[in-house]
Design a protein around this ligand. Structure first.
Ligand SMILES: Cc1ncc(COP(=O)(O)O)c(C=O)c1O
Length: 385
């Protein structure tokens, strides 16, 4: 019997990956597709990082490391949180992983019993509810609205807390929204966590890619927090697979045991390169951020110009989440039509939850020239509607 587990069946497909596949197929047929669907930096990994990996391989850094990660890397992560945010994170409270994604498994795997609830925003990054459900937990979506900058209304979060709630998941700068939670939002969520005895799980993967002032870690506001972070976005290292979990002390050993058994460790030479990234690539991060910002300043008004509504100015990550309802309410259908008829690939908002229906996500992890081309095609397409 080809009986697939209910757990596996329950994972919702990530439709944007289908858009990617179709865009690639069109390209192989000779069609020039403008790719604005994917959250993968178009920059090469900074040279200082690649050189460090090459050197590490030459030095023979090719075996297993400690499951929790190389001490030098954990020291560098600790120093980064001290220098960037002024918070004390002990290297002992860090578990290095093969990307932020596996860190989610460590987090929810060490926190959730069957039936435990995690509050997530709707829309949000789709892996969160999938990980939570896969591990027997229950994702509880709380709506966030474009006209409010996709920030939680704290009274709605409070109303969603039950005796089964273990954590509130946050992500700032946010995928798909590109919006940022301010100090007041973080403080209010931290206060609620302390008052109710739950945790904040903060995905900080887009830190370093914020265009108006500095990012704030949840650890500035509370210790009742898990932090997920990684090197994919700010350092243009998506394919290297490196991330980490910072956990409250009681959860570190359980998370480490999951890492030991399921993954053994993150790649040795990639960990060496990640240490160099933290210590020596901050100028590169600044350079890439400036380039993203130039694109953002072009794209936001340009998309408004073709008829899309962007209520909250995106100020982080590399996404614009635009209300496309004047073109149609079914975002999947819209994304398909735009790809087939205008040769522009975008992500359908419904991929990120029902709260994203009617929206389209535009990534500006692509050159200004291609963005111009994409907007031009959208404008022609919209004028024929
Ligand atoms: C919000 C968010 N978290 C995590 C990830 C996955 O990151 P990683 O490449 O470190 O696994 C992504 C990737 O798009 C993301 O957007």
């Amino acid at each position: 019997m080809d009986q697939v587990s209910r757990r596996a069946q329950a994972i919702r497909p990530f439709v944007v990956m289908d858009v990617v596949a179709r865009a690639k197929q069109l390209a192989s047929e000779g069609i020039d597709v403008v790719r604005m669907e994917i959250g993968d930096p178009d920059f090469a990994t900074p040279e200082v990082i690649t050189r460090a990996a090459e050197q590490a391989m030459e030095d023979g850094d090719t075996g297993y490391t400690q499951s929790a990660g190389l001490p030098d890397l954990r020291e560098a992560i600790s120093a980064h949180y001290r220098d960037a945010y002024g918070v004390g994170v002990s290297p002992e409270d860090i578990v290095v992983t093969q990307g932020t994604s596996p860190a989610m498994l460590l987090l929810f795997g060490s926190l959730l019993d069957p039936g435990d609830e995690v509050i997530i925003s709707d829309p949000c990054y789709p892996a969160y509810p999938n990980y939570i459900s896969f591990l027997g937990g229950v994702p509880i979506p709380v709506r966030v609205r474009a006209e409010e900058g996709f920030r939680f209304r704290i009274e709605e979060v409070r109303a969603a807390v039950t005796e089964r709630t273990r954590a509130i998941m946050i992500n700032s700068p946010a995928n798909p929204m590109g919006t940022v939670l301010g100090p007041d939002d973080l403080q209010a969520l931290a206060d609620l966590a302390e008052e109710t005895g739950i945790y904040i799980a903060s995905d900080e993967i887009y830190h370093g890619l914020q265009f108006d002032g500095r990012s704030h870690t949840i650890l500035e506001y509370t210790d009742r927090a898990f932090v997920l972070n990684g090197f994919s976005k700010a350092y243009a290292m998506t394919g290297w697979r490196l991330g980490y979990l910072i956990a409250p002390r009681a959860f570190v050993r359980p998370a480490e045991k999951i890492q030991q058994n399921f993954f053994l460790c993150a790649n040795h030479f990639v960990q060496v390169a990640g240490t160099t990234a933290l210590l020596h690539a901050q100028d590169d991060v600044a350079r890439m951020r400036e380039t993203y910002d130039v694109r953002r300043k072009y794209l936001v008004p340009a998309l408004r110009g073709v008829g899309l509504e962007i209520a909250a100015e995106p100020t982080g990550a590399f996404y614009v989440f635009a209300d496309a309802r004047r073109w149609g309410s079914d975002s999947l259908l819209l994304a398909e039509r735009i790809l087939e008829e205008a040769a522009v690939a975008v992500a359908p908002g419904v991929d990120f939850g029902q709260g994203g229906e009617g929206f389209l996500r535009f990534s500006y992890a692509t050159s200004l020239e291609r963005l111009h081309e994409g907007v031009g095609r959208l404008s022609d397409w919209a004028s024929r509607l």
